[in-house]
Design a protein around this ligand. Structure first.
Ligand code: GDP
Ligand code: IMO
Ligand code: MG
Length: 423
């Protein structure tokens, strides 16, 4: 069997959680392969809203196995909070939620370092979610990290103390930032009991055997391809590979195992945190998008920056991820506009380009916009592509010609059932 992939093609928050939740009943296993509690994936069904940070978005589908892969960084405190809220909602997860022994642990001092590093950067801060993501991945690549499997090993406490001591030394180079270490440590050690109550696996073997026995596996991306550590708008990125290649390293599967790659884009574009955003609308139109789309972060509550869809950016991330089919979300947010726009090219260095410059953060890029007629009506109750207003079809079909990949799913609202599947 092949492993299918869902990932964000923009700067995150494309609606991955909703789409994974919708598709999950066609799979046996949903697996997260990178990121950590910086993610906030929202699901809506049965009149309820749920936000997941570490737990894969297949958890609400009975029977389905949910796996947290080795590429994920896990904060046991956030994780415990999520599990408690699942318990409250009556979700039975104990035998269905597996954690890779090789996933790295976020320590309280990783969060402290994240905050101190951001404070040190001042105006040039990344705008991180302050969940300790960057420092944890630094310790992973620096070969200092603690892993989930270590909590079962003798000497865990000593390993923890040694890493903490290193962090306390490191903190001296940064400006002082308030942090209740004693309180955070008490919570952290207590939350390890919950972590230990789950099943730990060697996920590379687990996935390999699952695929060999015909199980259907869906990999759930976090963040978006423009936040990829290598190819995103560096340094304003996250610290993991958010593209399809991250599935291979974050779960332990070989490249030839990758099947469908479903790339998700909003019908417009948003970004939270600092860094380049060529099509940003820092004006009334941007504010309308923010209000209509309720563009406030699911993890930090921060207002998201809004703008029109950016086709050079999407062509780039479709290429990087090997997207085989597209899903567009939040098309309903454009319902009220008399006209909408899409950037088809960039102008920089006195020329028109379809490729991104080396450093999007430093080049004054002027997007070349094409405008489309709006549809100005509700899309509620429409269940087929053919049933969509002609203006929606014209918009999407024109985007397809620029992007070279078909839209197979069109999301018309946050609820699970508001999704049009196009044959
Ligand atoms: P994720 O991080 O990619 O899972 O996305 P988030 O959950 O952070 O943000 C997406 C937001 O848009 C959530 O509030 C979703 O409930 C909402 N959403 C998802 N799809 C749609 C859609 O088609 N229309 C509207 N209006 N909202 C949507
Ligand atoms: P989901 O999975 C949107 C952004 C942060 C910041 C940068 C680095 O919900 O789409 P980090 O905490 O990772 O060091 O922050 O990345 N960021 C996200 N933006 N959605 C996310 O996740 C994000 N995860 C991180 O705002 O700009
Ligand atoms: Mg999100």
């Amino acid at each position: 069997m092949q492993i299918d992939v869902i990932l964000g093609l923009q700067w995150g928050d494309e609606g991955k959680g909703k789409i994974v939740d919708y598709l999950a009943d066609q799979y046996d296993i949903v697996a997260r392969f990178q990121g950590g509690p910086n993610a906030g994936h929202t699901l809506k069904f049965g009149g309820q809203k749920y936000v997941l940070h570490t737990v894969p978005s297949g958890i609400f589908r009975p029977q389905l196995i949910n796996l947290i892969g080795n590429g994920v960084v896990l904060d046991p405190v956030v994780f415990q909070r999520e599990l408690r809220s699942l318990e409250k909602s009556g979700v039975e997860f104990h035998r269905r939620l597996l954690v890779s022994r090789k996933a790295h642990l976020i320590l309280p001092t990783h969060r402290w370092l994240d905050a101190a590093s951001e404070a040190h950067k001042g105006h040039s801060k990344i705008g991180s979610t302050l969940k300790g993501i960057g420092p944890t991945y630094m310790d992973k690549t620096g070969r200092n990290g603690l892993r989930v499997g270590d909590v079962e090993q003798p000497g865990f406490r000593e390993q923890y103390e040694a890493l903490k001591a290193k962090h306390l030394e490191l903190l001296k180079i940064y400006p002082p930032v308030d942090f209740d270490l004693a309180g955070a440590e008490a919570d952290w050690f207590q939350s390890l009991d919950t972590l230990r109550s789950l099943t730990f696996v060697d996920s590379e073997y687990y996935i390999h055997e699952a695929l060999a026995s015909g199980k259907r596996v869906l990999a759930e991306g976090a963040q978006g391809a423009m936040l990829d550590i290598d190819f995103g708008t560096y340094p304003f990125v996250t610290s993991s590979n958010t593209i399809t290649a991250g599935v291979c390293t974050g779960l332990g599967v070989a490249p030839q195992r990758i099947g469908r790659v479903i790339g998700i884009t909003k019908a417009y574009c948003t970004r939270v945190g600092s860094g380049a955003f060529p099509t940003e609308l820092d004006n009334e139109t941007g504010e309308i998008l923010r209000q209509e789309g309720q563009e406030f972060g699911a993890t930090t509550g921060r207002a998201r920056r809004c703008g029109w869809i950016d086709l050079p950016q999407l062509r780039y991330t479709i290429q990087l991820t090997g997207t085989t089919e597209l899903c567009v979300t939040k098309i309903d947010v454009l319902n009220i506009f008399a006209s909408i726009a899409a950037a088809t090219h960039y102008r920089y260095d006195g020329q028109t380009h379809s490729a991104l410059p080396y450093d999007l953060n430093r080049v004054a890029v002027e997007p070349v916009f094409k405008t489309y007629e709006g549809w100005q009506c509700s899309l509620d109750g429409i269940h087929t592509f053919d049933g969509l207003p002609q203006q929606v079809k014209t918009y999407l079909e024109d985007l397809e010609t620029y992007l070279g990949v078909p839209f197979r799913m069109i999301s018309t609202g946050p609820e699970r059932e508001k999704l049009i599947i196009r044959d």
